[in-house]
Structure formats: structure tokens, C-alpha cells
Ligand binder design. Structure first.
Ligand SMILES: Cc1cc2nc3c(=O)[nH]c(=O)nc-3n(C[C@H](O)[C@H](O)[C@H](O)COP(=O)(O)OP(=O)(O)OC[C@H]3O[C@@H](n4cnc5c(N)ncnc54)[C@H](O)[C@@H]3O)c2cc1C
Length: 343
């Protein structure tokens, strides 16, 4: 049985590990801190690009495939673990300003349902999941399939033997396997050092606010000019988010809190009287054009990456794992994947 080491236990690392375990591999995940506490935890769980018509086809293809796979992915996690990731097709209402013509054209071209609501557009098929629950379910699933997870284990260096990785040097000693997969999110490039080659992944901070109502105050996700409100089933409401280029700094700021609050109240005035339950920040693995890197290292035969999904890593995760495994197994891809190759 082939042995795999996965570096980083966010949504991408856990979903990659699950798929490898299902195929019979022996999988160990090395996680610097604790499972699912970084970007994948911090995100909103919207299963769609915000304004899909604003993105290149390379993003659309992967996102649409992930969106198509997600109901089954979430249902299977729920059925096998008993943990409900709360997948729900709640729809997303896009309010002006946005390019109505481009939006309608994109939806028609991609067979994406759309309903005109005055000067807004409802995308009824957009779904959401609840990130912490998705991550808990993934962890339980990986462990129940026999995957090993080593927490508090920082990978420091790749030790090579000609064109292969021989072992990893970590804070808990050396680890070796047949194959190594980098799923270290915003830290992927820093971790790889010179081996990153031209892969350009850097942290972009996003801050979020959380509120709690007795019942959901909105029937859909609402998006206006980059600010979104996400109603959870139990009355929690998320407002996000910022896009800040501040390096590996995960602190929250009073300025972002005030701006997010003011913009959220403009959409939903009843927020004015609601206390903020929580305010947090996460570091997205940002990549040029929001196009992730998925696949084999061009020089090191047994090194792979699945990272750089920037704003849509949860949405893309099942499709991204599919593309990676097809490449590892040499099976045909569902579409042209050349844009995701490691250069
Ligand atoms: C505020 C915000 C809102 C978002 N909203 C959405 C949304 O609505 N929909 C959507 O699809 N996406 C959203 N995203 C983006 C999405 O969260 C990310 O694209 C996705 O979670 C990236 O997953 P990942 O597994 O690559 O990274 P992460 O979840 O960050 O996981 C990487 C893991 O690697 C570990 N690691 C790093 N270095 C090492 C090392 N040297 N050794 C061992 N382990 C290491 C880290 O500790 C971490 O646990 C949002 C992100 C943010 C921050």
C-alpha cells in the first residue's frame, strides 16, 4: 500500500486525505497547530464565487464542478460521521452595483439559474456549509478511514535524494513516505522555499463579524459590492469580509469592525441593535487570478501540491481533490487543467 504524507489539515488537506484513504493509501497528515483552525475555519462557507461573472474560466470551471459535487460530498460526510455540515441551497441575492448584462450573459452561458428581483439578481442554486462542522466531519471521516493525524507538528524542510523527497524534517522528528502533498494554505510557498518555483501563494487577511438572531433574519445570502451577509439555520449571521495584504498577521482591527458593521447595517438595519458575538480574521491562500496550483512538482517526482485557492477553497475542494488524484493516478481529467499546473 502506498504511503502518503499530507502537510496541513485545512479543508484541502483533509479532503485530499479522505480521497486517498478511500483508494486504499496509507495516509498521515502533519499539522503545525490543530486541525481545521486556519482559513478553512475562518471562511463563510458560501459555495460559489461571489460574482462568478467577474472571474476567468479557470476559476469558473473548478468552482462549478465543486459546486456540483458538494451536495453529495456533504451528505456522505453526514451519513458516515453523524456530523451535519449543514449544506443548504439557500440562494444568494446580488444587490447593485454590479454588471447586470455580464451577469445575465454568464448565467445563460453556464446554465446557471437566475431570477431577476427588481435591480437585484437571485442565484437560487448557490448553497452554503458551516465551516467548523464541515471540518469536524472531515476529521472524523479521515480518522474513521484509518488516517493518522499528527498535530503540533511543523514541517520545516524537505530532504531530497536526487529528484525525490526522501523525508521531511519536522518539529517532531523526521517523517518519510512514498509521496508528499503540500496543502499548507497561505503558508505553502513559505514552506516550500526554493521548491515553490514560480508558484505564487501569499496570505490575504479576511475579517468577519458574527451576530445571533432567534431565527434567520434573511432567507438568502445577500451580497452587495463585496460585503456579504450569511444567515445560518440557527439564527447566527455572518458579515464579511475584508481583503488585506498584511502578511501573516491574523489580528483583528477596530477599523475593519466599524466598516463591516456600518456596511452590514446598510443592508440589514436590524443589525443596529445586535451585539457582535465574535470578530475574527483568517489568512486566505491568495494566488494570481484566484487560480490554485494542483499537481506534481516539475522537478521532484514524488511531491504534489493542492493549494492557493484564495477566496474559494471550500467551494473548489471536492473538484480540486478530483483533479489532483486524476493527475496522481494518470486518469483523464474532466476539463483542461493546464492552468493549475505547478510551473
Ligand atoms: C474571511 C474568509 C472568508 C472566506 N469565505 C469563503 C467562502 O465563503 N467560500 C469559500 O469557498 N472559501 C472562502 N474562503 C477561502 C477558504 O477559506 C480558503 O480558500 C480555504 O479554506 C483554504 O484551505 P486550505 O486547506 O488550503 O488552507 P487552511 O485552512 O489555512 O489550512 C492550511 C493548514 O496548513 C497548516 N500548516 C501551515 N504550515 C504548515 C507547516 N509548515 N507544517 C504543518 N502544517 C502547516 C496550517 O496550520 C493550516 O491548518 C474564505 C476565507 C476567509 C479567510
Amino acid at each position: 500500500m502506498s504511503e502518503m504524507l499530507v502537510i496541513g489539515a485545512g479543508a484541502l488537506g483533509l479532503a485530499t486525505a479522505e480521497a486517498l484513504l478511500i483508494r486504499g493509501a496509507k495516509v498521515t497528515i502533519l499539522e503545525r497547530a490543530q486541525v481545521g483552525q486556519e482559513s478553512s475555519w475562518a471562511g463563510g462557507g458560501i459555495l460559489s464565487p461571489l460574482c462568478p461573472w467577474d472571474y476567468p474560466e479557470e476559476v469558473t470551471r473548478l468552482a462549478l464542478r465543486g459546486m456540483g459535487m458538494f451536495a453529495g460530498f456533504a451528505e456522505n460526510l453526514h451519513a458516515t460521521t453523524g456530523i451535519d455540515p449543514e449544506y443548504q441551497r439557500c440562494g444568494m441575492l446580488v444587490m447593485p452595483p454590479f454588471d447586470m448584462q455580464a451577469a445575465n450573459q454568464w448565467c445563460a452561458q453556464h446554465g446557471f439559474s437566475v431570477e431577476q428581483r427588481g435591480d437585484a439578481l437571485l442565484l437560487p442554486d448557490v448553497a452554503q456549509v458551516r465551516n467548523p462542522r464541515l471540518l469536524q466531519a472531515l476529521r472524523t471521516r479521515v480518522e474513521s478511514l484509518g488516517g493518522r493525524i499528527v498535530e503540533q507538528c511543523t514541517v520545516k524542510e524537505f530532504i531530497l535524494d536526487s529528484d525525490r523527497v526522501k523525508h521531511l524534517s519536522t518539529s517532531q522528528g523526521d517523517f518519510s513516505a512514498d509521496t508528499y502533498i503540500v496543502t499548507a494554505g497561505a503558508w505553502s510557498k513559505a514552506l516550500l522555499g526554493d521548491h515553490a518555483l514560480h508558484t505564487d501563494i501569499k496570505p490575504i487577511r479576511g475579517q468577519m463579524l458574527l451576530f445571533k438572531f432567534d431565527t434567520p433574519p434573511l432567507p438568502h445570502i445577500v451580497l452587495q459590492d463585496g460585503l456579504y451577509l450569511i444567515p445560518r439555520r440557527d439564527g447566527h449571521l455572518l458579515a464579511g469580509s475584508t481583503l488585506e495584504d498584511v502578511g501573516f498577521d491574523k489580528s483583528t482591527t477596530d477599523e475593519a469592525r466599524a466598516t463591516l458593521l456600518q456596511r452590514a447595517i446598510a443592508i440589514l438595519p436590524s443589525l443596529k441593535d445586535m451585539p457582535i458575538v465574535k470578530h475574527w480574521a483568517g489568512l486566505r491562500p491568495a494566488s494570481p487570478g484566484n487560480i490554485p496550483t494542483i499537481g506534481r512538482h516539475p522537478e521532484l517526482q514524488n511531491l504534489f501540491i493542492n493549494s492557493g485557492h484564495f477566496r474559494y477553497g471550500v467551494t473548489m475542494s471536492p473538484a480540486s481533490v478530483e483533479v489532483l488524484l486524476n493527475e496522481m493516478e494518470g486518469t483523464p481529467q474532466p476539463f483542461d487543467v493546464s492552468a493549475y499546473r505547478w510551473r
